[in-house]
Design a protein around this ligand. Structure first.
Ligand code: CXF
Ligand code: ZN
Length: 363
């Protein structure tokens, strides 16, 4: 029997969200009804709401979420009511060549579901889209079982929810995609939620020096607390690339672009060691963006690559939650604001202004 839940709905790009009662259908075959406990506000939600990534409207955004299973649909064997679960936006069909490769999680179901999304919410008879098949800016949602993973229920939900996207994107970029070894020098261009998580990943890897670069001076203390050994303020003064060169001598062994700006990605590449440096694009660039770099920067042997969702699978998310519970990394610096669903527009305003590193909706 369908139920009514409160959800923050965006009716058209760039319009404020409206918190209203919507209809939520029962879980169908392979689906799970989840009651959310906490949902982080991720930059991709903002991109979706502003129409800079291709989304259909009306939209229930939200994807960085933790909650409890309420009920499961036919054929769901891996979950039952009461399980603590995290949502993950990349499915894990287990059968496509990417899932079977054992190296990447870029499951073919990801583009397939984006092309043919199913709808589980409705308002006055009108279907509402769920961002990335999740739609966690709602008290409850129906999510495909292969976009959920059981996680340690001891993790505090107000912080752990961020492991569902931003933290896994950052830590995974370092540990899975780049495989940064101990002692490597790392430069992180942009230390918002994802960049800070890259810093945390670099610290976990035993890297050093870890150089954080941001144009927001308020990010200095957070970056240093997260494990950065140096902070460069990119305020139009001395060139950050030259500063990275001065600190590392030969250029960083690894550089991560965490904002989503093509020019910053070229800077990250230039800041790496000319012979073996690796630059990793982590930030989501606007649709239509193009990269360009000085060809000689690649000719000498640099590697230029990217990392999508930290190259992680659902199982990695559960592992990172265990590491968080074990105190291997903390998220006190990442989650700066806790809000109710009714305050969600304030959360996005603080994301735009840079006041918040991460805001989390608590249900
Ligand atoms: C998303 C960005 C939009 C495309 C899918 C991956 N990453 C994190 O939120
Ligand atoms: Zn996200």
């Amino acid at each position: 029997m369908a139920r009514t839940v409160r959800a923050a709905v965006c009716f058209a790009p760039r319009e404020p969200l409206e918190v209203i009662e919507v209809e939520l259908q029962d879980p169908g075959p392979g689906e799970v009804l989840v009651r959310f406990l906490a949902s982080g506000l991720c930059h991709s939600d903002l991109h979706a709401l502003e129409g800079t990534i291709d989304e259909r409207f009306p939209l229930v955004a939200g994807h960085e979420a933790i909650g409890d299973v309420v009920a499961v649909g036919d054929g769901v064997r891996d979950f039952r009511a009461g399980d603590r679960v995290m949502a993950f936006l990349v499915p894990d069909c287990g059968t496509c060549p990417f899932c079977q490769s054992g190296r990447t999680n870029f499951c073919r179901q990801f583009p397939a579901r984006r092309q043919n999304p199913r709808t589980v919410f409705a308002y006055r008879g009108q279907p509402l889209q769920s961002f990335m098949g999740i739609g966690s800016f709602a008290e409850m949602a129906v999510v495909p079982a292969d976009q959920l993973v059981k996680v340690n229920p001891e993790a505090r939900v107000d912080q752990a929810c961020c492991i569902g996207c931003g933290v896994t994107t950052g830590i995974g970029a370092v540990l899975n995609s780049a495989r940064v070894p101990p002692g490597a020098s790392v430069a992180v261009f942009g230390v918002g939620g994802v960049g800070l998580s890259v810093v945390k990943g670099a610290k976990l890897a035993g890297a050093g020096p870890i150089i954080a670069i941001d144009r927001n001076p308020a990010r200095r203390d957070v970056a240093l607390a997260a494990g950065a050994t140096h902070f460069i303020l990119a305020n139009g003064g001395e060139d950050p690339v030259a500063q990275v060169m001065a600190i590392t001598g030969l250029g960083a062994d690894f550089a991560f672009e965490c904002v989503g700006l093509p020019e910053l990605a070229a800077q990250a590449l230039a800041a790496t060691n000319p012979c073996w440096g690796m630059a990793v694009n982590v930030g989501l660039m606007p649709a239509g963006a193009r990269l360009s770099a000085v060809p000689f920067h690649l000719l000498t042997g640099r590697h230029w690559t990217g990392s999508f969702m930290g190259g992680a699978k659902r199982a990695d998310v559960a592992r990172y939650v265990d590491m968080f519970v074990a105190g291997e990394f903390h998220l006190d610096d990442l989650v700066t604001h806790r809000l109710s669903l009714d305050e969600i527009n304030r959360g996005f305003a603080m994301m735009r202004s840079g006041e918040a590193v991460r805001s989390v909706i608590l249900f």
